[in-house]
Ligand binder design. Structure first.
Ligand code: FEO
Ligand code: CA
Ligand code: CA
Ligand code: CA
Length: 592
């Protein structure tokens, strides 16, 4: 059931018009600062960015490409300092046609990367950790920040949890099945109550290729994850581990949630297999009334599922060591939404229900390595591409951004996915027992759900539903990431609106409760070609960080002739994915 307000919004900014162009825009009284761009120095030995003479070595010391997840970890650790901290950022993928000269103007450029270009692409993946500070109102990286770090496709990582060391995790380079190089296609993410980063491996399938995708012993599993004979990148030609015919198990080592300590640049990132292997969009947490911690995650594929993992033990705020391996023990669940407005969380536990040897699951490792097939057998509810799934700390509800699913047929429509050929997506709320009180049971296996909004143009796109006063500028398309401010208002960023609605991607805000519920308003408009990711507020709600990803990624746009040169607008300089900080002129709370 839709439960929308009919009064006015609590938000105080004047929304901007829907528009498209080479530059971005914010409301009157706000300003945009560029904090860090692709190619800016992260490590002390990074050379100045020279896109015509880029090297893998330089890229591995510089800010990577296609920033997505953004998080802010205050300094000193444990404080709520809103003017000095560590920015943790994912670098999801490469736009080869915009990164290198002479590659043409479309995404097939990725297939033509030379060995050196592929090495640069690998170094442009992963994450950056960058110390930043706000002085005199201006955000800037701290030169030579001692905690700065680059993580790439080559950074050594450890595997833990039930799938660690399993035969299907072993490769010729790693006979232990516990040591992996790198993390790939890190989309959104999250953090833990104990102050670590969770980074989500999403479309890991794209990097692998080989005839084994069709003929090998794991062909059915590959197919379920979209691993095909022809990779989307040139990498299998240059690196044996991306060639399925040489290393059939390497893709089993991707698709996980990876945890690391941003405050320790030497910490070894850990792939936490207990949280399942899917195309994780992100991973966000809520502390349940009994101290156990729930981690929510969407599997971003048409007709895939919403998951949560609940730790076996309560977390311990007083003893960091006690939380170190909390993510290795617990229960992974997948969501089933019932037509009567209730929902069930179905446990993915070996030996329970259909998850037995009769169906090819000989251990919990098998269940986790093939999380998708296990969830299929449990009859989870197929969703319209789950992106961010994020708890609202104020009202206790958990919001899922369902970005779109044009392939849903009329006979596949249900109440939770209410629209066939869903080009614009929708936003749902999961309501755990106790939501709205100070004892929310995020560990519960039952709950209720509601629809928050159905995206698209009200009165134009069939089924679109918002607050009745949503303006001609306030509607949105393709919700992807979100965050909440201290008042519990939701901030939703979009990815794909230009294709569906001929408006730029942007950031929208709405009340979640009261008179202004689901009255979305446009706050930020991205430069052409870009999606908006990350939304992340400082602890004082006075800075909104956004990741502006793939600016200039338009049809016919190339390194030489990009559709925008945002954010530098300098001749010869291609567009640069960047983190921006939006603040109020003269200071103040964002959106108040
Ligand atoms: Fe990388 Fe689901 O977006
Ligand atoms: Ca993205
Ligand atoms: Ca996303
Ligand atoms: Ca997306």
């Amino acid at each position: 059931a839709l439960a929308q307000g009919n009064g006015s919004s609590s938000l105080g900014f004047r929304e901007i018009p829907h528009q498209m162009g080479p530059r971005d825009a914010v409301p009157e009284g706000y300003e945009v600062q560029t904090v860090i761009r692709w190619g800016d120095a992260v490590l002390p030995d990074a050379p100045a960015f020279d896109p015509l003479n880029q090297t893998a070595e330089a890229q591995a010391a510089q800010f990577g490409y296609n920033n997505d997840y953004v998080d802010f970890f205050p300094l000193p650790r444990g404080s709520r300092n809103a003017e000095h901290g560590l920015l943790a950022v994912n670098h999801e993928y490469a736009d080869t046609q915009l990164m290198f000269p002479g590659m043409g103007d479309d995404e097939t450029a990725r297939l033509r990367s030379s060995r050196e270009q592929a090495a640069i692409e690998m170094a442009a993946h992963g994450l950056s950790v960058v110390e930043i500070r706000r002085e005199n109102g201006r955000w800037a990286p701290v030169r030579g920040g001692r905690l700065n770090r680059r993580i790439t496709a080559f950074t050594p990582m450890r595997v833990s949890g039930p799938a660690a060391g399993h035969d299907r995790m072993k490769t010729s380079a790693d006979p232990t099945g516990t040591r992996v190089l790198g993390t790939l296609n890190n989309c959104a993410g999250g953090n833990t109550p104990w102050g670590t980063v969770l980074t989500a491996e999403e479309n890991f399938n794209q990097y692998f290729g080989g005839a084994a995708a069709r003929t090998g012993g794991q062909a059915a599993m590959y197919k379920r994850y979209g691993i095909v004979e022809k990779a989307s990148y040139s990498w299998p030609q240059h690196e044996d581990r991306f060639n399925l015919d040489k290393e059939p198990n390497e893709p089993n080592r991707f698709g996980w949630i990876v945890e690391f300590d941003p405050y320790d640049p030497d910490s070894v990132p850990v792939k936490r297999t207990a949280l399942g292997r899917v195309k994780h969009e992100g991973c966000t947490h809520a502390i349940s009334a009994d101290g156990r911690v729930a981690f929510y995650s969407g599997d971003d594929e048409r007709f895939d599922y919403v998951y949560k993992f609940v730790t076996a033990r309560a977390w311990n705020p007083d003893d960091p060591a006690a939380n170190r391996d909390l993510l290795d023990e617990g229960t992974l669940y997948v969501a089933r939404f019932n037509e009567d407005g209730t929902m069930n969380w179905l446990p993915l536990v070996h030996g329970q229900g259909p998850l037995t040897a009769a169906n090819g699951f000989n251990s919990q490792a098998d269940v986790l390595i093939e999380t998708r097939r296990a969830a299929d057998l449990l009859k989870a509810t197929p969703m319209d591409r789950p992106e961010d799934v994020q708890p609202n700390p104020v009202n206790g509800r958990v919001y899922a951004m369902l970005t779109n699913n044009t392939r849903r047929k009329p006979e596949q429509v249900d109440r939770i996915n209410p629209r066939a050929a869903n080009a614009h997506g929708h936003v749902i709320e999961m309501i755990p027992p106790g939501a709205g009180t100070d004892k929310v049971d995020h560990a519960a296996t039952e709950g209720r759900w509601e629809i928050f909004l159905v995206a698209g143009r009200p009165g134009v796109d069939a089924g679109a539903q918002y607050h009745q006063n949503t303006s001609a500028e306030g509607w949105l398309s393709c919700p992807d990431n979100c965050t909440f401010d201290a008042k519990g208002r939701v901030w939703i960023s979009t990815d794909g609106a230009p294709g569906t609605s001929k408006v730029a991607d942007g950031l929208y805000a709405a009340d979640t409760e009261g008179e202004g519920r689901a009255l979305t308003r446009l706050f930020y408009q991205a430069p052409t070609g870009a999606e908006v990711c990350g939304p992340c507020l400082t602890p004082d709600d006075q800075t909104m960080f956004l990741a502006i990803q793939h600016p200039g990624d338009d049809k016919g746009s190339s390194f030489e002739n990009p559709s925008t040169r945002w954010p530098d607008f300098r001749d010869g300089m291609p567009p640069r994915p960047s983190i921006i900080a939006i603040t109020r002129r003269g200071g103040g709370v964002i959106g108040s």
